[in-house]
Design a protein around this ligand. Sequence first.
Ligand code: FAD
Length: 286
Amino acid sequence: MKSPAFDYIRARSVAHALETYRSLDGEGVYLAGGHSVVPSLTLRLQAPAALIDLSGIDALTGISLDDGWLRIGAMTRHAEVAADPMIRDHAHLFHLAAPHVAHPAIRNRGTIGGSLSLADPASEFPAVALALRAEMEVAGHDGVRRVKADDFFLDIYETAMDPGEILQAILVPPVRAGDVAVFDELARRRGDYAMVGAAVQAMVDAGRVADISIAFFSVGNKPTRAGAAESALRGARLDDATIAAAQSALDADLDPSDEPQMPASVRRHLARVLLGRLLGHLGTTA
Ligand SMILES: Cc1cc2nc3c(=O)[nH]c(=O)nc-3n(C[C@H](O)[C@H](O)[C@H](O)COP(=O)(O)OP(=O)(O)OC[C@H]3O[C@@H](n4cnc5c(N)ncnc54)[C@H](O)[C@@H]3O)c2cc1C
């Protein structure tokens, strides 16, 4: 199928993009890497009057450190997320997750901002943002605000951004001594969306888990923090009994629905297996 006709506008700045969106009276759609927008146009799932291209806006690019916080511009491509040394050192979970996102051709165009704005519950980066306790820098007509990842992902394809707002950057808190990150997903084939995936950021001190955040994806309508499993782990040694307790606690954290291609019970089982694997890995990495 071909997409319906649309105008194309290349925004010069965030202010220009916001103004253009407003002038289109709800009929405009922002274009970043286009690897979700363009398929949805060709499938005729949406028919905007115009695409507003964000790729020429300098304020949405660049990776920098400010007072220990890493600022990743929204237009940073998935391939740059995988390769950039600052992301590797200051937001290691993004570095680990990026190679799992789709295939090289898509990673060369898709952007971290596009992925987080789309909020596909099967995507890797939203869960990573949760596990890293990242914050989103969101621009609108009233100025710029910061939204914690915990408050950003509301539901399937739904975020705390109002229509027309622009995600400018992702802000990752300073790395702490003893921070360790592990990431993995279970997919039918490499590059497929995961059946279940998880991102874990932990601080391990003298063999004990001093702090931990665990975020799952592909197990519900949005990326999900596993708070009960985190509680079972905090302060404990990473031994078999603790790992088993964390796996059991997932029953309280995850609420996948039954789907024709996978019953909820199978997804829960896969989540327990994945968590066990990741915590085992954490024990050997820390
Ligand atoms: C075959 C295939 C396989 C894929 N597999 C995976 C996968 O395994 N894992 C995965 O995570 N993704 C996967 N994707 C999706 C891919 O990662 C997309 O590139 C990504 O989700 C969206 O990023 P984008 O830059 O292409 O955004 P676009 O498609 O340009 O935009 C996506 C949405 O976000 C909005 N938007 C974009 N940027 C901003 C911004 N800065 N502020 C506000 N709104 C914005 C757009 O208006 C649009 O609604 C796959 C895509 C394809 C085609």
